[in-house]
Ligand binder design. Sequence first.
Ligand code: UFG
Length: 331
Amino acid sequence: DAPTVLVTGGAGYIGSHAVLALRDAGRRVVVIDNLVTGFRWAVPADVPFVEGDVADMALVGRVLAEHEVGAILHFAGSVVVPESVADPLKYYRNNTAASRALIEAAVAAGVPHFIFSSTAATYGIPEVVPVAEDSPQRPINPYGMSKLMTEAMLADVAAAHSMNYCALRYFNVAGADPQGRSGQSTAGATHLIKIAAEAACGKRDHVSIFGTDYATPDGTGVRDYIHVTDLAEAHLMALAALEADPARSHRLNCGYGRGFSVREVLDAVDRLTNRTIERRIGPRRAGDPDSLVADNHAIRETLGWQPRLDDLDTIVRDALAWESGLETRRG
Ligand code: UFG
């Protein structure tokens, strides 16, 4: 019988999809979430749920012991880049310091495997695109630095203690569970596909395009959008790899290896809804690279991961389906 998996941030966007994937695969799961940005209803009723903070070492220690946790998937954290610039200490608290406490609790309890939600933001503005895992990590905002510092802690801890880890560096996560069980629900969205879906559902009157003078084919920013369900699957496979070879740790990009521009995303939304979102051309947003696309050879080769929903229309369609039913689901 496979050991229980602790999912921190399991009531959040990506964490809730990971909980579904683990549960669908028959793994026992326990969730810790402080519900600051997550939702209690995003966690299935049959999954044990603990409301609390991952920085609370006593609480985490009790959960690890009580549930005999054999692996941690650590999603809890703050994720809004401009907010990290305005309030850096919030990011060093919620991402770096909270992770440090969680890792210490994990080491104290002898938890052997740790999977960490890292980000392409750790690369900053890459010199070479698609960007590979051994590219320089030079974050250009506190969000990326707060995540890079946690990667560094994990590398040192894995060398010193009997724990291996996998840092998964997410590119632009979007879409929703194809079965409609979860999706992106947090208010005050900053992510393009979420914002476009809100506009398509009449919740916004326009979408701003942040810059049209980038060094890209149509002048707007190019990103590697990955379906959240493919990403959840990558976590399952990463867990299997850590369990199969406890001597090895991994740092892996999670992306599809191809990019779409802002205009291409908005055109896809228009095409799928038979409507036209109003676009307003605005200035560049600080810290946005021209193009950010993953080299994903490593995750394919190391984990045997194969994207199944690698299609912009599929991502947008699932995001739209979730967005249109969100208020009803929220109750
Ligand atoms: N964009 C717009 N208008 C909007 C929102 C976004 O034009 O209203 C553009 C951005 O300028 C960018 C692209 O759409 O070119 C994607 O922007 P997002 O805000 O959706 O995502 P980012 O690429 O800025 O950042 C995301 C996550 C970070 C992560 C980063 C790494 O927000 O957490 O990807 O790839 F670190």
